[in-house]
Write a protein that binds this ligand. Structure first.
Ligand code: XMP
Ligand code: MG
Length: 189
């Protein structure tokens, strides 16, 4: 199947609607407001997928904070995890003695999150926690804690609201399961 501009050709079914996602942001934001009160956290979005979630989440957090971003990559061919993680863009802020909250789109094997938590801890962060929109627990390979998350997802490839397949479909406003044919068509190319 060729790449299509029609969402119905790409998405098998909707997993979480825009309303579902906003509810998750509200719930998480309320919890994080309580947990980070008076801590002046450094909230770090992981590029590129978490940008969409980060902007909605931090606006639900009634807490003094600073924002930063980092980019790491672990997915060599867009689908299967290589297990190796590379730091592509570093945070600008000094994390020493800071309470750092990493914002992720999805935690899958856990390799990326483990890499980031270890790196920031080595640099002397006071605490490093993670808030992920989605948690794909079935695929976890690293023993790493996802401190806060919006929802658990099964082992299916999801796109939308920042989540991509080969750097596309991030702008779909909801989260949907990608049709297996889309992946198959790409594998056959
Ligand atoms: P690990 O395996 O290190 O991977 O926890 C985390 C990164 O893998 C990507 N990922 C996905 N991206 N739909 C996506 O669009 C998925 O179902 C999916 N599963 C993993 C994602 O970039 C995440 O940051
Ligand atoms: Mg990512």
């Amino acid at each position: 199947m060729a790449k299509s501009d029609n969402i119905n050709d790409i998405i098998d079914h909707v997993l979480y609607s825009q309303e579902d996602i906003q509810e998750m942001c509200k719930r998480l934001g309320k919890q994080l407001t309580e947990d980070y009160a008076g801590k002046d956290p450094l909230v770090v979005g992981v590029l590129k997928g978490a940008v969409f979630f980060m902007t909605d989440l931090v606006r639900q957090m009634d807490v003094k904070m600073q924002n930063d971003f980092m980019d790491v990559s672990s997915y060599g061919d867009g689908f299967e995890s290589s297990g190796k993680v590379r730091l592509d863009i570093d945070v600008q802020a000094d994390v020493k003695d800071r309470d750092v909250l990493l914002v992720e789109d999805i935690v899958d094997t856990g390799h990326t999150l483990k890499f980031m938590k270890d790196l920031l801890t080595e640099r002397g962060a006071k605490s490093v926690k993670c808030c992920a929109l989605l948690n794909k627990t079935e695929r976890r390979e690293d023993d790493v804690v996802v401190d806060y998350y919006g929802a658990k997802v099964a082992n299916e490839f999801v796109v939308g609201y920042g989540l991509d397949y080969l750097n596309e479909y991030r702008n779909i406003p909801f989260i949907g399961v990608l049709k297996p044919e889309v992946i198959q068509a790409n594998l056959n190319r």
